[in-house]
Write a protein of this length. Sequence first.
Lengths: 365, 175
Amino acid sequence: MTLASTRHTVAGDEAAQDLFTRNGWGDGLPVVPPTPERVERFVAAAGLPAGQVIGRLPEQGQALTLEKIAVNAVAAGCREEYMSVLAATVRALTREPFNLHSTTVSGATAPLLIISGPVVDQLNVNTSFSLFGPGHHANATIGRAVRLILQNLCGGVPGVLDKATFGHPGKYTYCIGESRDLPDAWEPLHAERGVPAEQSAVTVFAGEAPVNARNDWASEPGPILATIADTMLPCHYTGGSVVVVLGPRHAAVMRQAGMGRADVRAELFRLARRSAGALRRAGRLPGAPGPDGEDEARTVVRRPEDILITVAGGDLYGYSAVIPYWVGGHESAPVTEALSAQETERCRIPQSRIPQSGIPQGETP
Amino acid sequence: MTGPLVVLDPTAEAPRETTGSLPRPASLSGLAIGYLDNGKPNSDRFLRLLSARLREDGARDAGWARKPGIGRVASAEMLDDLAANCDVVVTGVGDCAGCCSCTVRDAIALERRGVPSYVVCTSELVTTARIAARAAGVPDLPLTVIDHPLGSLTGDLLAARADDASGQIRGRAGR
């Protein structure tokens, strides 16, 4: 296998860490040195030529090759079996509607990855407790690989091209799985976004940090949806999309009431709005209040379809989570990319090697 | 202690063949000037004020275009149209990380069509503009730099920015 990347010879592992730190190639945490042998293994696992261009970034004149994706995946600590998910993710990120350039270098977002379908089980992607938190190899390293790809291939070097005022913790890793235990008659997220239900897919969304919507006391959809809609209100009002992660308890209430995704979306769209006057008084719209139009409603999203509903999280408490959109709003749209049957097949970790995490041996959950 | 280790470069390792920017015209007098507005707040008002100043030098307005997306590069059609009708183009204002790189790429795309192009960006975005120009293979693309910020300015402050920019563009004529 011929690899095109420049080779740097260093004294050893520590010197490799220094090389990454000195050049601003990392995220501040130690990396796995991307040796040619490791990178070759990762390229082979994707089943494509190393030089294959997986996506392009015209705003920066960049072509993202499989080899460069593999170098960053190794550095992030991925397993080689994650490569097809990463290739699908890069295809999604570089689709024109996502607006990868601007969402990478401005605003306070990171691409949230929602992995759905059979690969969630195959790769042991966490869909449960501590959904956005640590402790799961696939979530931790796939999301981290995306971060390194954005930094090293897409201009997102903090403080240099990435001028975000705050950024957010999801810029280390922002990768979740959709629950495989959905309410009756609910198909996976990707099924309503153009991918056959039985396939696997990755959905990318330029998201700010998740906001919790707690409602532990209601057993009817109404108050729960009101809580979630209220959580949607602090947003940029620039017409983007919103991701709502229904916690399993909230999803169960919707299931009992016979609600589908479209019903949930319609109700959230109806509720999640503020008047122009209220926004102006809060300083969230420019200009002084005028005599007319202060009652005009400003919706969080432009249409119900712009609310993406998924189900995940721990099932002990009544929580959902809202992921607000990038400041540019409608200039970035979420993108769902299918994994081909071949790609899905490549996402198989030998059973004996599946990293189990979370519960120390000898303890009962 | 591990032995010597070979690691691969994780970055894009962009090109690299570079070219110089096109020579600026000796004078703007009599020239057809195009304006490519990147759509940032106040960029339209700023470019109008700048155009009024350049008309005092005998330049004439030959084309106005406003990009539909601030954080994206201009379409080939938009650039072709400006290139067909203008001797030089002024584009801006790059006052944010997302729009500034795109504005630089637009200017370089116009230069590749044979039209000398002036990029206006703000003082906070010079590094961004330089990185974009280097990545696009024209590292010495001249920049017209006005003080940051721009989007919130009104009246005299905005006019002062236009004075500053027109002075720099005039000063660069013939070099």
